[in-house]
Design a protein around this ligand. Structure first.
Ligand SMILES: Nc1ncnc2c1ncn2[C@@H]1O[C@H](COP(=O)(O)OP(=O)(O)OP(=O)(O)O)[C@@H](O)[C@H]1O
Ligand SMILES: Nc1nc2c(c(=O)[nH]1)N=C(CO)CN2
Length: 839
């Protein structure tokens, strides 16, 4: 038994995950190199340890919240008794694959025993023990066929196919298993004969699945049919796994110093020491959120557009629909490249998406499937290879859904004025007809991953919903990229704006121009971390998917997350005066911290406040975060996410490639490297757990879109407090500001949040924060009153403090509140009836 087997796997909080252990699953199998082994079979047994977090299941005492050991045991049995493999290693790998198909499983240990192995000396056992997780993924797909038939007919494999390596008609195992996975898991995905099967095989390394080895085996189509017919508990639920992360092939290009001007990111130094936060926030009853963690049976979360399989049309579409003209085209508008705060601009046609001008052969990625760029279809690499419009045949990407489809968009920028660009992009996206932004993540400053040496990025994730087809959505976002000066001249090169579609409903598909979910999202902390902040329970479907928070915690570039800013959409100081200094984003996490100091890291000297800068004031989380109160802070420290905590203690080494990590570029000396920051940090104070801080409803904004007027929750003249900081890590536990579930919840016709810039309409303070001593009158969330929150500096208990979620300068924010709302774009979801979502 290896040392790894059964040993603890740390969760993001540094403590070991829980374990579900199943041992001694035994079946007669036909694995082995010798023909006698194939002919007669022998007993194999397996032990598995599932590393999971069982708290939610225990709390609710619900099987659906955990992994069914019975189902896992059956799957293990099926692999043991199933398709013969030469190697015990292969059997173990398949078992790992089938177990990791369950998103709750963070890591799995598999031990396969072959006690009757043909060894001509006395021995007790042969055991192969492996550990696989979301980073070191299984290198094979689990077989899709159930073992029932094989088990019922001992020797069947040998009898039917004494030479298993003989070529046989290719049966796309991977396609089948992926399709079944989504079908059985409630993602609504089924094998779609209309869709090219190679879409899945494209991503398969040759000879691993979908190719020679599996294809040679006589796993006939009827066996798959039988598999599809068995109850979900016995049906393989196996995604097509990416091959194990190879050692990084990415070589650091030797570039001359970039000639572009790097955005300034060093403004953290301009702030008062960020207070530390009480980081232990209560774990709320998870609100329905987009791609909320699915139970073991993969029932679709309530927040999903319930996929209704239609045989005649796209299986993921809620209802059969006819192709329609892209609705977004009617309203999409070209934004100026240099970014004024969001304003109404004349409607223009979004320009045609730009074609990448670089070589179509994708550069080797540090974590890319080996076949990508090496004979695999180009789409697998996600590089733009769009066929000219008109040449492409209609496929699932063109299906227009009958209802709203939840989507997740990832934004990134590192040229020009990134923050202003991203804000402008939010405005532009929200103006796309058929696209509604429902929530906006905090803004993350991230080290560039891949590509040439380049400045840090600002990244954010938008939750939205759309009635556009996936391809129309792609064209819409590409148009907005182009309108913001996006030029594609180098893969993963610096850019003014990048907008990726991370997920589109439950659609899993690959086309020449679009792959969904985004093929690299699962390994990108710069996507996963902001996403998990705004949707703590989100689950990334598809290959390599899983709970977004967990993926973020293990993403190779996690150490490159430098800080998160909550109020980036509305911080006046960051939008006024032209060029934006994104470094002044007030919430920041600078350093990894040891697990023993999980809640705060002292601010390193390099981010000490500049003279004369007012201290940031705790306050409400901004709209993008739900407007919830920020826990009290401890002066002199900055919040750091658990992900950063979990970061490699030697983050600079991550770029070396020794661990298969991406290259992380750093830019500018103003922000210390994480390691330096950590070294400079004095001991973190002990922070008491914060009191329960349930969601606080957002007040209503009136927008140009909303003709309806209504009473604000609080008078505009009320004191304004500028929420500035929020714990990076704790934000994950904060309720999402606008869980997509809210959009869909509560009736046949869900409330339709609309984001629109303020400043185009009468001003209403956006956030009402109840102070200790009294719930906010008339406000409720989830049917109950909002308990008191806290706000440092709030003068009186029991009162209300209102705040435009603004910058770090509370006093200024109060003083300039009226200016703010005239000039600062800020978004708050409102319903169709013009009222706030929680009013
Ligand atoms: N899910 C997706 N979202 C956005 N573009 C996609 C997606 N899948 C495939 N593409 C294609 O990828 C092409 C290149 O996109 P882009 O220039 O944004 O790549 P990139 O951001 O440099 O790299 P990456 O794809 O790794 O994020 C686009 O032209 C588009 O056709
Ligand atoms: N930090 C960071 N790195 C990247 C990003 C990005 O948005 N952020 N986008 C890329 C291609 O989409 C490549 N690398």
């Amino acid at each position: 038994m290896t040392t790894a087997y059964g040993s603890g796997v740390p969760a993001p909080d540094g403590l070991p995950l829980d374990q579900i252990r199943i041992s001694g699953v035994t079946a007669r199998g036909y694995h082995g190199v010798l023909s006698t082994e194939r002919a007669t079979g022998q007993d194999f047994s397996a032990d598995v340890v599932l590393h999971v977090d069982t708290r939610a299941a225990a709390e609710g005492d619900r099987l659906a919240d955990t992994v069914s050991y019975a189902e896992v045991a059956q799957d293990v049995y099926d692999v043991l008794a199933g398709e013969p493999a030469d190697l015990v290693e292969t059997v173990a790998e398949r078992i790992a694959a089938v177990v990791l198909a369950r998103p709750q499983v963070i890591t799995v240990d598999v031990s396969v025993h072959k006690p009757h192995a043909p060894i001509p000396v006395p021995f007790a056992d042969v055991e192969v023990a492996i550990r696989r997780d979301r980073v070191r993924t299984p290198s094979v797909a689990a077989p899709a066929a159930p073992a029932a038939e094989a088990a019922a007919q001992p020797g069947a494999f040998a009898a039917e196919e004494p030479e298993p390596q003989q070529p046989a008609p290719h049966e796309p195992y991977a396609e089948q298993s992926a399709a079944q996975q989504f079908a059985e898991q409630g993602f609504g995905e089924r094998a779609d004969p209309a869709y090219p099967e190679q879409q899945y095989a494209e991503r398969a390394p040759a000879g691993q699945y979908g190719g020679e080895k599996y294809g040679e085996e006589q796993f006939a189509a009827e066996q798959y049919a039988a598999a599809a017919a068995v109850p979900p508990a016995f049906a393989p639920t196996v995604p097509v796994f990416e091959p194990a992360t190879p050692e990084p092939a990415y070589e650091t290009p030797s570039f001359d110093p970039p000639s572009y001007e790097s955005p300034s990111y060093d403004a953290p130094a301009a702030f008062e020491p960020a207070p530390a936060f009480e980081t232990t926030r209560p774990v709320f009853e998870p609100a329905p959120a987009a791609f909320e963690a699915a139970p073991a049976t993969f029932e679709p979360a309530a927040a999903f557009e319930a996929p209704q399989v239609s045989e005649s049309t796209a299986p993921w579409a809620p209802e059969p629909v006819a192709p329609a003209e892209p609705a977004w085209f009617e309203q999409a508008q070209q934004e100026p490249v240099q970014h004024e705060p969001a304003r109404q601009v004349p409607q223009q046609q979004v320009p045609e998406p730009q074609q990448p001008s670089w070589d179509d052969t994708p550069a080797p990625s540090w974590n890319e499937a080996p076949t990508q760029g090496a004979g695999a279809p180009e789409s697998a690499a996600g590089v733009g290879h769009e066929a000219p419009h008109g040449e492409r045949s209609h496929d699932r990407m063109d299906e227009v859904p009958a209802g709203w489809v939840d989507v997740v968009l990832a934004l990134g920028a590192n040229l020009g004025d990134p923050q202003a660009t991203l804000r402008s992009a939010v405005t532009s996206l929200d103006r796309v007809s058929g696209l509604q932004i429902t929530d906006v993540s905090p803004l993350a400053r991230t080290a560039a991953v891949g590509g040439p040496d380049q400045p840090d990025y600002l990244n954010a994730v938008l939750l939205a919903r759309t009635t556009l087809s996936a391809r129309d959505l792609l064209h819409a976002v590409q148009g907005i990229e182009g309108a913001h000066g996006r030029v594609r001249d180098e893969r993963w090169g610096p850019r003014t704006l990048d907008i990726d579609i991370i997920v589109y409903g439950t659609l899993t598909a690959v086309a020449d121009d679009l792959e969904l979910p985004h093929p690299r999202a699962h390994e990108r902390a710069f996507v996963l971390e902001p996403w998990s902040q705004v949707a703590p329970d989100a689950v990334l479907p598809g290959l390599g998917g899983g709970p977004v928070a967990a993926l973020a915690a293990t993403a190779p570039d996690r150490a490159g997350i430098r800080w998160l800013a909550l109020d980036w959409l509305s911080d006046a100081d960051q939008t006024q005066g032209g060029a934006t200094d994104v470094g002044r984003a007030p919430s920041m996490a600078e350093a990894p911290r040891p697990p023993s100091q999980p809640h705060a890291v002292a601010m390193p000297p390099s981010v000490a406040p500049a003279a004369g800068q007012p201290a940031p004031v705790e306050g409400a989380l901004p709209q993008a975060f739900g407007g919830g109160p920020v826990p009290p802070a401890v002066p002199g420290s900055v919040p750091v996410s658990p992900q950063v905590l979990q970061a490699d203690p030697h983050p600079q080494a991550m770029g070396s490639g020794s661990l298969g990590h991406p290259q992380l570029h750093t830019s500018g000396p103003a922000v210390p490297a994480p390691q330096e920051a950590f070294l400079m940090a004095p001991p973190a104070p002990t922070v008491a757990p914060a009191p329960p801080a349930p969601p606080v409803p957002l007040a209503v904004r009136e927008t140009a879109r909303q003709e309806t007027t209504h009473e604000p929750l609080v008078p505009p003249s009320a004191p304004v407090s500028a929420p500035s900081f929020a714990p990076v890590g704790d934000g994950r536990q904060a309720p999402p500001a606008m869980p997509v579930g809210n959009v869909h919840a509560g009736g046949d016709e869900p409330a339709r949040p609309v984001f629109a810039p303020i400043g185009q309409a009468p001003v209403v303070p956006s956030v009402a924060i109840p102070l200790p001593g009294g719930p906010m009158p008339g406000a409720s969330m989830s049917g109950g009153p909002v308990p008191g929150g806290s706000m440092t500096g709030a003068p009186a208990a029991g009162g209300l403090v209102t705040g435009v979620p603004g910058g770090p300068h509370a006093a200024q924010a109060a003083q300039e509140s009226s200016d703010l709302v005239d000039s600062v774009p800020s978004w708050a979801p409102v319903r169709d009836d013009g009222r706030g979502r929680d009013t």
